[in-house]
Ligand binder design. Structure first.
Ligand code: ADP
Ligand code: GN1
Ligand code: MG
Length: 374
């Protein structure tokens, strides 16, 4: 069997499952920053390979993986029903689990790490950047995800990461990391530190609106990156929302905002040449149109008003998180070279500046489509 890392744990995990045909091996897969993701290949005697996605859940990110898996099962079971009611194909339009040989929905390895196996959703593509049409398709799917979960019993969900998009709390954690400065890195990042300190008040905008009852709490995805959606290769539509680990009560503006943060530009998240990092308002418009179509009139007037803030805040918050992890010594986000979290932070702050400069246009674009959305 081919296991490039020749990893004893990976062998242990694979042995916990019964695969339909000859197991060929497992290779690292995808560009997620959090989980350990592998593509597992099986070769039937005849016909194409059968593929699975095997994921080890990050222990740095998810302190209670069993609760997270309960959420996963609850949300995907609910979605399966909604998809069937609408005549869709639940096997392609949401994730499902393959049980271990002894009938469990996940496997806990001898180090205590939790693993899950899902069928690979074939005939789809996963993008790191997109054309306006594909970006709009992803927006429709994320908007629809929100709409499909509008009556989900939110009280049954655990909070896998407490204060995940509490930007005020993210600011406090940054200030604590700065104070500790464990790796003596603060001296090299004064410009980035000043960027955050100048925006302390912004960090409260959404949290204050939540406290004031202006923005409602909904069941949201909370990690709506373009690469957390699978696009149907035949139709070009967003067919399956994946990476459900942070699905929990949250703000709709954050689901909108996180997609804009990642997808409304033409550069890599860790691009070093900041002249290449530009917020693309055309992509923003395409996403807005698609998201409001998918949300199907389900957003309140206040949520529509705050959508541009969602984009600014998710981008600022993510930059703060990358900077915090850099100061902390890179324990949370997977990095491939020293300084990658700092590069990621810088692209986010460049995008925040661009959004600040174009904020009035961003609001006008939401207003242009909001009429049709209500
Ligand atoms: P992470 O939390 O590390 O981002 P994801 O759940 O997003 O992990 O998975 C990483 C990548 O694996 C995705 O971006 C996607 O390319 C791929 N992937 C995950 N699940 C599936 C699946 N069931 N079918 C096809 N591709 C998948
Ligand atoms: C992580 O898991 P992934 O790579 O889809 C992170 C998001 C960040 C994102 C930045 C659980 O997303 O919150 O916005 O990296 N996920 C978690 O690219 O922290
Ligand atoms: Mg992901």
């Amino acid at each position: 069997m081919f296991i490039p890392e020749n990893d004893a744990i990976l062998n242990e995990v694979l042995a916990a499952y019964t695969f339909p045909e000859t197991l060929v091996g497992a290779v690292r897969y995808g560009q997620g920053h959090i989980n350990d993701t592998f593509c597992v290949l099986c070769q039937p005697k005849e016909g194409d390979c059968i593929r699975f996605i095997l994921q080890g859940l990050s222990r740095a990110a998810f302190p209670h993986p069993e609760e997270l898996m309960e959420n996963f099962i609850g949300v995907t079971s609910y979605l399966r029903e909604r998809i069937s009611e609408n005549g869709g194909d639940p096997a392609r339009e949401t994730l499902s689990l393959v049980n271990t040989t002894d009938g469990k929905p996940f496997y806990t390895d001898s180090n205590g790490k939790v693993w899950r196996l899902t069928p690979f959703i074939e005939g789809t593509d996963c993008f790191q950047s997109a054309t306006p049409a594909l970006f709009e398709a992803s927006a429709r799917a994320f908007g629809r995800f929100q709409y499909q979960l509008r009556d989900f019993p939110a009280a049954t969900l655990h909070e896998p990461i407490v204060n995940f998009h509490n930007t005020e709390d993210r600011l406090q954690k940054f200030l604590a990391a700065l104070e500790a400065d464990k790796h003596d890195r603060a001296k090299d990042v004064q410009a980035e530190i000043d960027f955050v300190l100048a925006r302390k008040a912004d960090c409260s905008v959404a949290m204050q609106a939540l406290r004031d009852g202006i923005l409602p709490l909904r069941v949201t995805h909370n990690d709506t990156k373009l690469n957390n959606i699978l696009i149907d290769r035949r139709t070009g539509e967003g067919i399956c929302v994946i990476d459900l680990d942070t699905t929990m009560p949250g703000l709709s503006i954050n689901d909108f905002g996180d997609s804009i943060r990642f997808g409304a530009n033409h550069s890599k998240e860790d691009e070093k040449d900041l002249s290449k990092v530009n917020f693309d308002i055309g992509l923003y418009e395409a996403y807005t149109r698609g998201f409001l179509e998918g949300a199907n009139g389900g957003l309140t007037a206040a949520e529509l008003d705050y959508l541009p803030w969602g984009a600014r805040l998710m981008t600022l918050e993510c930059g703060i998180r990358f900077l915090t992890d850099y100061l902390d010594g890179d324990h949370y986000f997977r990095t491939h070279y020293e300084g990658q979290n700092l590069d990621r932070c810088r692209t986010q702050f460049k995008l925040v500046s661009d959004m600040e400069a174009q904020f009035e246009q961003m609001k006008a674009i939401v207003a242009k489509y909001a009429g049709d959305a209500q």
